[in-house]
Design a protein. Sequence first.
Length: 259
Amino acid sequence: MDLELRDKAILISGGAAGIGGAISAACAAEGAVPIILDRNEEVARAFAAQLRSVGHRCELILLDLKTSDDCRLAVEDALRLCGRIDALVNNAGINDSVGLEHGNPERFAASVHSNLMHYYALAHYALPALKLTSGSIVNIASKVALTGQGNTSGYAAAKGAQLALTREWAVELLPLGIRVNAIVPAEVMTPLYRQWIATFPEPDEKLKSIERTVPLGHRLTTPEEIAATAVFLLSPRSSHTTGQQLHVDGGYVHLDRAL
C-alpha cells in the first residue's frame, strides 16, 4: 500500500534511536524526509549516515529540548532545511524514576517539564506550518499513564498529560483539518530498555518474567511495530482518524496478563 508520504517533511523528536529511530527509518522507507531531532550527536550522525547510505533522504537537527526557545529553534531549522513541515512526531523522553517517596517536589516538576514541555512547545511552534499542509501530529505516550509502574510519578504525570493533550489538540485543530493521535506502547525493546534490564542481578530472568506478562506472543513489542502504526497515522491513509489512543502492546493494557 502506498501511504502517500513521499516527499513529506516529518519532524521527529528523539528521532535517532529506539522508537524514534524506527519511526524515522519507516518514514524514510516510505519516501518521506524525516527531520531527525536529537541531542546525541554521535548516535544521530551515525544513524543519519546509515539512512543515507541506502539511498534515503533525511535531515538532522542536533538540539537538547530543554527550553521553549530550543523548540522554537528546532522548528525554524526544520523549515530552513525543508521549507515545510507536514507532520510532527513527539517522542523524546525518559523514564527518570522520580517517585513519590524517592523524590521531591522540585525533582517532580523537573521530570514533568523534561518529558512534557517540548511536546507542547514543538506543536505550538510547528502549528503555522502544519496549517499550511493540513498536517498531523502523533504523540508517543506510555502504558505507565494508564497502569502505573511505581517510583516514577513525574514520568507518569507527563505521559498522562500527553494523552489528555492528544484529545484536546484533536478538538482544537478540527477546523484546520489537522489530525492528532497518540500511540501507547507498553514493553518495547529499545537500547534504553536493554540498559535498564542490565541493571538487574539476573537480567535474562528479569526479561523473561516481563515477557510472560505480555499476552500476545509473550514477547516485547519491537520499535518497528510501533513505527508501522506511526507511519499509518501520519499518512493520508488514516485521513478520518483523530483523537485516538492506539495501543501497540501485545494486549498488555487491555487483556488479562495471566493469559
